[in-house]
Design a protein around this ligand. Structure first.
Ligand code: GLC
Length: 436
């Protein structure tokens, strides 16, 4: 009896021990599974990184995104198409940040968004991610445009600069050199129109949106005027030479070198007119060069720095796009992987070759394949030499909104240039005083 009792006890203990052991194994297995499905690299389930991009560029970025996804099975990059106007995309990003957790891990950023997004604390500080030697390889303006108060918030991807496109075939026919001044642009345009060589002379972006401000800083610089001094916050919009800049735009309409519809055109509308041979001159960004190679005017156009007033400098609006990481992203490491991929020389080269954009990596300007396809790169460098900056201040979006409203009023003849610029200057001063 004694023997049996002891045996049962032993069996009981062994049974309990066994059960505990089985539970421990099961627990361990479950924990392993959980880890397996959470950690990128171990998991079958990739981490998805969302990026909102203007529609045209989203299509152009798609091949690189596909390559990234193939090379990184643990990360899925998803491009979401946004409207083409930069300020509308900025509004979408802003709304998502204001709501709290932004659904976008990466922010494909226009150069002018950096101070606002950084000052608001919406972006991760990327300063430690790139060494000074790595930064040195990019155009200084692109790095500068990603900095706010000494820290880097935007990694450069591609640069941009406004320029003048012209039909060299028409100028040759009529015996003209390309124009240097505003006056020459008007006279040559009128003559080409009168001779029936071109329906319109000059086409530019006059719609009330960010592109209007970008185009206008070039006309300001070409008149020796300025918008806002970022150091002193002085506003120059109501000075005489700034008013002269508005008058030049008005003059393009009164002389009928520009179509009346220009006051509603963004980049794409103006590109189509140029490509379809409807205008002799166009103000636009480098992307037009690549697209127009495949159009009826192929081989008939060239680029040059923007026209300016006598004895004043030319101005190329400094644009450009790069990547930031949302401060609330749950996958900042995967987001950084994406950025590294896009910053690589091979990726930038492929993107530039396919689409004719300006690279931000300096070495690509001398790349034989790029130079062979885009023979205008030497001229492009001269364009980039005279950058006109939109003021890099946190209140930029509001300042630009004010300028756009009053410029639009002036070019659509609802306000005189003097009154429009006086009001624009006063409102801008108020804005900057309140936020000081
Ligand atoms: C281009 C420029 C950008 C600018 C925009 C205006 O995309 O790169 O900086 O704000 O045009 O439309």
């Amino acid at each position: 009896m004694l023997f049996w009792g002891s045996l049962m006890k032993l069996k009981k203990i062994s049974h309990r021990k066994l059960t505990n052991f089985v539970w421990a194994i099961l627990g361990f297995f479950l924990a392993f599974l959980a880890l397996f499905f959470q950690v990128p690299g171990f998991s079958q389930q990739p981490v998805t990184i969302y990026l909102l991009v203007r529609a045209l560029e989203a299509q152009q970025l798609q091949p690189l995104a596909q390559q990234f996804n193939q090379q990184h099975p643990e990360i899925q990059l998803e491009l979401i198409e946004a409207p083409n106007d930069t300020n509308r995309v900025e509004d979408l990003y802003t709304a998502s940040f204001l709501l709290g957790n932004s659904p976008y891990d990466l922010v494909f950023m226009d150069i002018v968004w950096t101070p606002k997004f950084a000052a608001a604390g919406w972006l991760k500080d990327l300063s430690g991610y790139l060494s000074p030697e790595e930064l040195e390889q990019f155009l200084p303006g692109d790095i500068q445009g990603g900095m706010y108060q000494g820290k880097l918030y935007r990694a450069p991807f591609r640069s941009d600069a406004g320029m003048l496109y012209y039909r060299h075939d028409l100028l040759e026919k009529a015996g003209y050199d390309p124009p240097e001044t505003f006056d020459q642009l008007i006279t040559i345009s009128q003559d080409l129109q009168q001779q029936g060589l071109s329906e319109w002379g000059y086409v530019w972006q006059g719609k009330q949106y960010e592109g209007l401000s970008a185009m206008f800083v070039e006309i300001l610089q070409g008149n020796g005027a300025f918008w806002v001094n970022p150091e002193t916050l002085e506003v120059g919009l109501d000075q005489e030479n700034a008013i002269a800049a508005v008058k030049f735009l008005q003059q393009t309409l009164t002389t009928k070198i520009s179509p009346p519809g220009v006051t509603t055109y963004a980049e794409e509308e103006t590109r189509r007119l140029f490509q379809n041979g409807k205008t002799a001159f166009l103000r636009n960004w480098p992307y037009v060069y690549g697209l127009a190679l495949d159009s009826p005017i192929a081989g008939k156009y060239s680029i040059k720095p923007m026209v300016h007033a006598e004895n004043q400098p030319s101005g190329a609006c400094q644009g450009g796009w790069g990547f930031g990481i949302s401060a609330t992203s749950k996958n900042p490491d995967a987001a950084w992987e994406v950025i590294q991929f896009f910053m690589k020389q091979e990726s930038q080269k492929q993107f530039v070759l396919a689409n004719g954009y300006v690279p931000s990596l300096k070495s690509l300007f001398n790349d034989p394949e790029i130079v062979a396809k885009y023979s205008h790169y030497p001229e492009l460098l001269t364009v980039l030499e005279s950058p006109a900056l939109r003021p890099p201040i946190p209140q930029y979006a509001q300042a630009s909104d004010i300028l756009q409203r009053y410029l639009s009023a002036a070019i659509t003849n609802t306000m005189s240039p003097e009154i429009a610029m006086k009001k624009a200057a006063a409102e801008t001063r108020n804005l900057l005083a309140v936020s000081k």
